[in-house]
Ligand binder design. Structure first.
Ligand SMILES: C[S@@+](CC[C@H](N)C(=O)[O-])C[C@H]1O[C@@H](n2cnc3c(N)ncnc32)[C@H](O)[C@@H]1O
Length: 329
């Protein structure tokens, strides 16, 4: 049997070599085998159909940040459970994946991370100026030739960010650090300083101008707050929808130095009960674990939503887990 290397199969089929390796390891190319430490493929093998879910390019605004616990992959699933409502509240905004999917005209968006909320406010009020500032930082990074120079710049901009008072520059730096830091995480140490290490990215595209302008247009009617989630929903009334996406039980919760404890989870539950009594629609995301199910056992519905988790870069390390959406209606 004539054999092809993964590299030559990639050229023949017009796909990446990495994709060929994934197809081999998923067993989707008959008689592909490992020789030494590389895959080889029968010369007459045909390219398998692409079974990956096509990610629809959304025309509307979309999140401009990567965020731990971000809901981009399941925003549609979440939103399809939402009823018609009067006013929209999202007190744990992060990158706002669910907000952007709903795209309401008015409402309240909140996050305890005041620097994050300031970025939204700058995009709302001065989109062109923050775009200019992000562009300056991006060019400064991309023009550097060596990894060492890029790493040095990353840490000096991280220091600048941590020392700086609120400003357009600080907001642009947050976007840069989010894209250039390890895994798009936002985490603070006990002093409240952003402490994510360098992500070793060669070239960066930290913003999409069209998207930032669309975001700016879309958030004009939104009221931004930065405080504890409970303060953000004080004015919610019957018929309003509140979507809570807190740090989850038993996963990463160090977005801020104070974290999010089991006691905080109980307080959130009690607030959700109060809002239910007022006649608000309440939807809450959390991990699918016994703590969540016990805490919310008095709620009308607990829906499971599957989500594919990728650990590392190998297709074989992808696994589907479920999280839950708790609804009071
Ligand atoms: C799971 S993330 C939200 C992710 C978001 N739905 C998205 O799609 O990116 C939780 C967010 O809650 C914020 N947060 C943590 N504690 C909070 C609190 N007590 N009040 C308000 N926001 C809080 C964090 O800063 C973080 O952005």
């Amino acid at each position: 049997m004539e054999l092809l290397s993964a590299k030559n199969a990639a050229i023949k089929w017009g796909i990446s070599q990495r994709r060929v390796v994934v197809l081999c390891s998923e067993g989707r190319i008959p008689n592909a085998q490992i020789v030494g430490n590389s895959w080889v493929i029968p010369q007459d093998a045909t390219r398998p159909n692409d079974a990956r879910k096509k990610i629809e390019k959304k025309e509307g605004p979309r999140p401009f940040l990567k965020w731990a616990g971000g809901k981009s992959r399941i925003a549609k699933e979440v939103v399809k459970e939402f009823p018609d409502f009067n006013k929209y509240y999202e007190p744990f905004l992060g990158s706002g994946a669910v907000y952007f999917e709903v795209a309401p005209q008015n409402g309240v968006l909140n996050d305890l991370n005041t620097n994050l909320i300031t970025v939204y406010k700058h995009i709302k009020d001065q989109p062109e100026i923050i775009i200019q500032e992000m562009d300056i930082i991006q060019k400064e990074y991309n023009k550097l030739e060596t990894d060492e120079e890029k790493e040095k710049l990353y840490y000096s901009l991280r220091d600048e960010y941590n020392k700086k008072e609120k400003s357009i520059r600080k907001s642009a730096l947050l976007v840069f650090l989010n894209k250039a830091g390890w895994n798009g995480m936002y985490r603070e140490n006990s002093k409240g300083n952003f402490n994510i290490p360098f992500g070793k990215r060669k070239q960066l595209s930290i913003y999409d101008k069209d998207n930032i302008l669309k975001v700016s247009k879309n958030i004009q009617g939104m009221n931004f707050m930065s405080g504890n989630y409970a303060d953000a929903v004080k004015d919610a009334k019957a018929g309003d929808l509140i979507y809570f996406d807190p740090p989850y039980f038993e996963t990463f919760s160090d977005y801020q130095k104070q974290g999010f404890t089991d006691k905080n989870q109980e307080e959130l539950h009690d607030l959700a009960i109060e809002l239910s009594k007022k006649g608000c629609y309440v939807a809450i995301s959390n991990s699918n674990c016994s703590k969540t199910r016990n805490l919310y056992k008095d709620f009308k519905r607990i829906i499971e939503i599957p989500i594919t988790q990728t650990i590392g870069s190998k297709a074989s390390s992808r696994k589907v887990i479920t999280e839950v959406l708790i609804l009071n209606y």
